[in-house]
Ligand binder design. Structure first.
Ligand code: HSE
Length: 400
């Protein structure tokens, strides 16, 4: 029997408890062993909830129990999750977490501590909620050189963009409705400004190349400037607009970017709607693989935490290695990245536009008083230079 403690009985923690209870037989059949929740740590009381029987308020009770071999850290936030995780690992207890903030900030250090104490630090649930993506990168694709990762890694923004597209609504209207329904946070900044997706692509890039990516090195743009007019242009192009988190290896250079992109139906990520997430990985031998599912939500995220618990239960007293060094992975400035750009400007002669941007594909008659065009491929630096020269740019969205 593997005895487990859950730190935090919030959305994900209570989900882990539920998954382990409801799927008890499924799990023991597949594992050939039982998983038992020995403790749940939370400051609160939960009168009338069966969890009360295993509820404790003192982390030391868990850490001092030598029978507990796996700890699920579902508290979120940096503190005290960081301290509790370090202490659990130092006692030789494996930690399985959904806490992307902690993973992104302290991943290499926590893996090192786990290794030194013959236990594991696993974090399948930290990116893409219930989508298996960490394990594929760590194991199934370990033989591959990863050429690119493109993800729709944030459900809130994908929901907002999908609603803007299908209902022709403004960003603010959809956001307000999403907040009313509880789909979007009261403070949605981390989601709509692209910061959540940025942390997630930073973790995936670190795992793909085994070095530490500093998420502040990743150019990040959110979706707050996207309007229904942009979607009208996208429709004319037979495309949609998605917030992509991208990580690309070109030669020995790495580029990473979080930004809205014009996406054509040929891209499998075009079909990812609503709160769903997906990650498209391009590897040098096997080519493209795609991972799709619920990027958030109680049971989906909890299920990914439990998958890690099972992995630990299968390897008692062993360290499951995740290559992720402290060494910094240099992310090159996006200036050198080459792509096409969709640009909106006040009504202007095509010749005048071509004077600055070269050959363009014009998009006329979509909105009053303006026109749009798509450039040929050029570097980000070259686009910026031309845009500055042209002057009056209403908006720009990169084309995938
Ligand atoms: N706020 C995130 C999202 C879920 O909307 O995808 C947690 O990572």
């Amino acid at each position: 029997m593997t005895k487990v403690a859950i730190l935090g009985y919030g959305t994900v923690g209570s989900g882990v408890y539920e998954v382990l209870k409801k799927n008890r037989d499924v799990i023991s059949n597949k594992l050939g062993d039982e998983i038992q929740v020995q403790y749940v740590l939370d400051l609160r009381e939960f009168e009338g909830d069966p969890v009360q029987e295993v509820l404790v308020h003192d982390i030391d009770q868990i850490l001092n129990d030598t029978e507990v071999s796996v700890v699920c850290e579902t508290m979120g936030g940096e503190h005290p999750a960081y301290e509790f995780t370090k202490r659990a690992l130092s006692c030789g207890k494996s930690v399985c977490t959904s806490n992307k903030e902690l993973v992104e900030k302290h991943g290499p250090e926590l893996i090192k501590i786990a290794k030194a104490h013959d236990c594991s630090y696993l974090f399948e649930a930290s990116v893409g909620g219930g989508i298996p993506i960490i394990r594929p990168l760590r194991t199934s694709l370990a033989q591959e050189e990863i050429l690119s990762i493109t993800g729709i890694l944030n459900g809130t923004t994908n929901y907002i963009l999908t609603k803007m597209e299908t209902e022709g609504l403004a960003f603010e209207t959809v956001l307000a409705r999403a907040q009313e329904k509880g789909y979007a946070e009261k403070n949605p900044d981390a989601d709509v400004l692209g910061l959540d997706a940025c942390r997630k692509i930073s973790i995936l890039t670190s795992l793909a190349y085994g070095k530490k990516v500093d998420f502040t090195d990743i150019t990040t743009e959110g979706i707050t400037a996207i309007t229904s007019v942009d979607f009208a242009y996208a429709k004319k192009m037979g495309a949609t607009i998605k917030l992509f988190a991208k990580s690309v290896k070109k030669g020995d250079k790495h580029y990473a970017l979080v930004a809205p992109f014009v996406v054509k139906p040929e891209n499998p990520l075009y079909a990812v709607k609503g709160v769903f997430n997906a990650i498209l990985v391009n590897a040098n031998m096997g080519g493209e693989t795609m991972y799709y599912g619920k990027g958030a939500g109680k049971l989906a995220t909890a299920s990914a935490v439990v998958a890690d618990v099972l992995d630990c239960a299968r390897h008692p007293g062993k360290h499951l290695n995740i290559k992720w060094n402290d060494e910094k992975l240099e992310i090159s400035p996006i200036d050198g990245a080459v792509r096409r750009f969709f640009v909106r400007v006040p009504v202007t002669d095509e010749a005048q536009i071509q004077d600055v941007f070269g050959e363009v594909e014009m998009l006329k008659g979509v909105a009053d008083g303006e026109c749009g065009f798509i450039t040929e491929e050029m570097t980000e630096a070259s686009y910026r230079e031309k845009a500055a020269k042209f002057g009056n740019i209403l908006s720009m969205i990169r084309v995938d």
